[in-house]
Unconditional design. Sequence first.
Length: 231
Amino acid sequence: MDEIDNAPEIFQLHFLLRGINPPVWRRVLIRSDDTIADLHYILQIVFRWTDSHLHRFVIRGKEYGIGRSGCTAFRTDARLIRLADFHFRPNARFLYEYDFRDLWQHQIRLEAVRRAHAGRIYPVCIAGARAAPPEDCGGPWAYMGMMDHQELDLPWDALERIDNVLQRVVNAKGHEKAGDVLGDLGALHEAIERVKAHTAFRPDRFERRPVNQRLRQYAEGNVAWRQEWEE
């Protein structure tokens, strides 16, 4: 028997980042005895945020979250409020807001309630689509502008310069000097860096493996899950 009789229920939650098209979303399995504080850190992990800004949950008209000295304060301690305490029913929805300047709004929906399985560590991300926006990029409209720029403004001049150098290398004769073949090294380096920067921004890509590695570290109490925040 692979199910645990006395384990907490498992909530299948769907996180949708509002205001972005094509949609950015994640599907995560979370223990019902996890707290609001846990949920905050889980959201930060699956969207690759860095907890650099204020946040809040809005659940049934009330605000919850982890307060910061001199900033946001909440009436109840998020570390003491379990998800099970809300008695959510399937399709229940609530809001998570992060970074009140860029105002990233996440719709959280309870899709299903499951039983825990022996040997499985929760939380775990089971599906998702597209990369989350980078921190401090300006909000949904600014991010969609970045995606349009990525798609429409390819660095053709940089690619052409690199192609010309490669053609000279291929056609070079043994007696030619490297400097004559490669040309302006500064301009070549700049072209390569522009192409690298363009290809590094991949809004269409979401990789579950590194996310689940960090979720596992979080579940096990391994502080390595915070490493990206400190880099």
